[in-house]
Design a protein around this ligand. Structure first.
Ligand code: ZN
Length: 119
Protein backbone atom coordinates (compact mmCIF):
# COMPACT_ATOMS: atom_id res chain seq x y z
CA UNK A 1 0.00 0.00 0.00
CA UNK A 2 1.02 3.57 -0.59
CA UNK A 3 1.32 5.85 2.39
CA UNK A 4 -1.18 8.65 2.20
CA UNK A 5 -1.18 11.78 4.31
CA UNK A 6 -4.89 12.66 4.18
CA UNK A 7 -6.85 12.21 7.40
CA UNK A 8 -9.87 10.97 5.46
CA UNK A 9 -8.12 7.76 4.64
CA UNK A 10 -8.74 5.91 7.88
CA UNK A 11 -12.47 6.39 7.71
CA UNK A 12 -12.40 5.63 3.99
CA UNK A 13 -10.72 2.33 4.69
CA UNK A 14 -13.09 1.48 7.53
CA UNK A 15 -16.08 2.15 5.29
CA UNK A 16 -14.50 0.25 2.42
CA UNK A 17 -13.75 -2.91 4.39
CA UNK A 18 -17.27 -2.86 5.80
CA UNK A 19 -18.64 -2.87 2.25
CA UNK A 20 -16.32 -5.68 1.23
CA UNK A 21 -17.27 -7.75 4.27
CA UNK A 22 -20.95 -7.42 3.42
CA UNK A 23 -20.39 -8.56 -0.16
CA UNK A 24 -21.11 -5.11 -1.55
CA UNK A 25 -18.52 -5.20 -4.32
CA UNK A 26 -20.07 -6.78 -7.40
CA UNK A 27 -18.85 -7.69 -10.84
CA UNK A 28 -21.60 -8.02 -13.41
CA UNK A 29 -20.62 -9.91 -16.52
CA UNK A 30 -22.76 -9.68 -19.64
CA UNK A 31 -22.59 -12.30 -22.35
CA UNK A 32 -21.77 -13.04 -25.07
CA UNK A 33 -19.75 -9.80 -25.29
CA UNK A 34 -18.03 -10.37 -21.95
CA UNK A 35 -18.72 -6.78 -20.88
CA UNK A 36 -17.84 -6.25 -17.24
CA UNK A 37 -19.58 -3.70 -15.06
CA UNK A 38 -18.49 -3.20 -11.46
CA UNK A 39 -20.76 -1.76 -8.83
CA UNK A 40 -20.36 -1.00 -5.16
CA UNK A 41 -23.20 -0.85 -2.68
CA UNK A 42 -22.85 2.20 -0.47
CA UNK A 43 -24.95 3.34 2.44
CA UNK A 44 -27.08 5.46 0.13
CA UNK A 45 -27.28 3.39 -3.02
CA UNK A 46 -25.34 1.38 -5.54
CA UNK A 47 -22.72 3.08 -7.67
CA UNK A 48 -21.01 2.32 -10.95
CA UNK A 49 -17.30 1.98 -10.37
CA UNK A 50 -14.22 1.52 -12.52
CA UNK A 51 -10.77 1.21 -11.00
CA UNK A 52 -8.82 1.90 -14.19
CA UNK A 53 -9.36 4.67 -15.02
CA UNK A 54 -10.63 5.55 -11.55
CA UNK A 55 -14.29 6.43 -11.75
CA UNK A 56 -17.26 6.27 -9.42
CA UNK A 57 -20.74 7.69 -9.84
CA UNK A 58 -21.08 8.78 -6.20
CA UNK A 59 -21.21 12.46 -5.15
CA UNK A 60 -17.96 12.26 -3.15
CA UNK A 61 -16.03 11.21 -6.24
CA UNK A 62 -17.64 13.92 -8.33
CA UNK A 63 -16.56 16.59 -5.86
CA UNK A 64 -13.07 15.17 -5.54
CA UNK A 65 -12.77 15.81 -9.28
CA UNK A 66 -14.40 19.20 -9.47
CA UNK A 67 -12.56 20.50 -6.42
CA UNK A 68 -9.21 19.31 -7.71
CA UNK A 69 -8.60 16.78 -4.94
CA UNK A 70 -7.21 13.29 -5.23
CA UNK A 71 -9.63 11.30 -7.37
CA UNK A 72 -10.92 8.92 -4.79
CA UNK A 73 -13.81 7.72 -2.68
CA UNK A 74 -14.31 4.75 -0.40
CA UNK A 75 -16.10 2.78 -3.13
CA UNK A 76 -12.92 2.71 -5.20
CA UNK A 77 -10.98 1.55 -2.16
CA UNK A 78 -13.60 -1.14 -1.63
CA UNK A 79 -13.02 -2.47 -5.15
CA UNK A 80 -9.29 -2.55 -4.52
CA UNK A 81 -9.77 -4.38 -1.22
CA UNK A 82 -12.27 -6.83 -2.64
CA UNK A 83 -9.87 -7.79 -5.40
CA UNK A 84 -7.05 -8.26 -2.92
CA UNK A 85 -9.21 -10.40 -0.66
CA UNK A 86 -10.89 -12.16 -3.58
CA UNK A 87 -14.23 -11.21 -2.11
CA UNK A 88 -16.20 -10.16 -5.19
CA UNK A 89 -19.81 -11.12 -5.84
CA UNK A 90 -20.16 -12.06 -9.49
CA UNK A 91 -23.37 -12.08 -11.47
CA UNK A 92 -23.83 -13.07 -15.09
CA UNK A 93 -26.41 -11.59 -17.41
CA UNK A 94 -27.10 -11.22 -21.09
CA UNK A 95 -25.97 -8.28 -23.26
CA UNK A 96 -29.61 -7.30 -23.86
CA UNK A 97 -29.92 -6.60 -20.16
CA UNK A 98 -27.13 -4.00 -19.92
CA UNK A 99 -29.31 -1.02 -20.73
CA UNK A 100 -32.03 -1.84 -18.23
CA UNK A 101 -29.36 -2.70 -15.65
CA UNK A 102 -27.75 0.74 -16.01
CA UNK A 103 -31.10 2.48 -16.03
CA UNK A 104 -32.19 0.88 -12.77
CA UNK A 105 -28.84 1.67 -11.20
CA UNK A 106 -29.02 5.35 -12.11
CA UNK A 107 -32.57 5.68 -10.85
CA UNK A 108 -31.59 4.16 -7.54
CA UNK A 109 -28.53 6.36 -7.13
CA UNK A 110 -30.36 9.57 -7.89
CA UNK A 111 -32.88 9.14 -5.10
CA UNK A 112 -30.69 10.34 -2.27
CA UNK A 113 -27.60 12.00 -3.69
CA UNK A 114 -27.73 14.88 -1.26
CA UNK A 115 -26.61 12.90 1.76
CA UNK A 116 -22.92 12.95 0.85
CA UNK A 117 -22.66 16.56 -0.20
CA UNK A 118 -21.28 17.69 3.13
CA UNK A 119 -18.14 15.58 3.13
ZN1 ZN B 1 -17.74 6.41 -4.82
Amino acid sequence: MMSRPADDDDSYHAKASKIVDSGGVKRHIFKPSGTEIWTVVGAEGEYLVSDDPPLCTCPAFYFSLTRGKKRNCHHLIAVELAKQEDHVATTVGRDEEIRIFLKLLCEEASEDDSSQLNE
